[in-house]
Design a protein around this ligand. Sequence first.
Ligand code: PMP
Length: 383
Amino acid sequence: MSGPDATGPDVAGGDATGINDLPVRDELRGKSAYGAPQLDVAVRLNTNENPYPLPEALVERIAERVRDAARTLNRYPDRDAVELRTELAKYLTRTGGHRVASENVWAANGSNEVIQQLLQTFGGPGRTAIGFEPSYSMHALIARGTGTGWISGPRHEDFTIDVRAAVRAIAEHKPDVVFITSPNNPTGTAVDTGTVLALYEAAQAAGPSMVVLDEAYGEFSHEPSLLPLIEGRPHLVLSRTMSKAFGAAGLRLGYLAAHPAVVDAVQLVRLPYHLSSVTQATALAALEHTDTLLQYVEQLKAERDRIVTELRAIGYDVTASDANFIQFGRFEDAHAAWRAILDHGVLIRDNGVPGWLRVSVGTPAENDAFLETARALHKEITA
Ligand code: PMP
């Protein structure tokens, strides 16, 4: 058997061809890929992950379930992920304050894929979506990737949604999809029911359009889930993830809850067998350990509240947080402040919000390391 030519280059190609030399779509030309820097530093508090590894009993259960799944990997997975959707529906019913069934739930590879499927279904060329920024930047990027036009809607100075301005923007632009993120990333602010209802009504009057309520951080909120609002509102979709509260960012499992017609609609665009048997088995194992995982959420909420109190005591401005991260400032030069904190071995996130940075809640020891740095640098880096 002859192997590859050992004298050739490792990477095939060899000339200086770049993305823009390829016939990529016009809207992708000159753009760079999404991604927080993944730097190898001692304290990494930059991607809103859960700092706690899965408990050993769950690791064992995942191995068991995946071993079973491996026995039938010659077959495609359950295309409709019925068992998983049934268990997700039970979880939502238990924790979301509203009864939902598997027909109300759809799952995909991370809530990013859920959002992509929603935009493929309800957005696309010739259509638009609106978000109220600063917010989760992938909403705009997935819009771009699906050929959906993007409209940047307003917020108040304190980062809450400016309802009157938002309603006006919806009436003016008549977007096909409205994104509301609660708690919002990167600001941490939760959105109240009144705001969601006002925006939903505006979207129905203008469209009717779909309203996507991104609750990726819902479990960390002081406020109850907005899940009950899907009742009688077939154009409202709640998006959730196992990446944060379930401590399973590596699993890639997101899901939505909505009217069954929405679940039928996204099936028009989903790839067949998009959710692997291994993913379904792992997610099912994690759902068996919900109670233990939700105890970690309680610890993280307590740590979040401690960090908020301590940052304020040091003298920082802190945006009220309902999430597992905190936005704080203000900095004359947020990027320079980010760099100074990184030089102390603590990686946080510069989301490009002028004057502000975001820190994810870590373990108590990681949070102490961050707070110590924040205390040492306060005079030097704030405006
Ligand atoms: N929505 C929001 C608001 C997020 O912050 C994130 C991840 N940072 C996601 C969705 C996507 O998460 P995932 O694809 O891991 O479910």
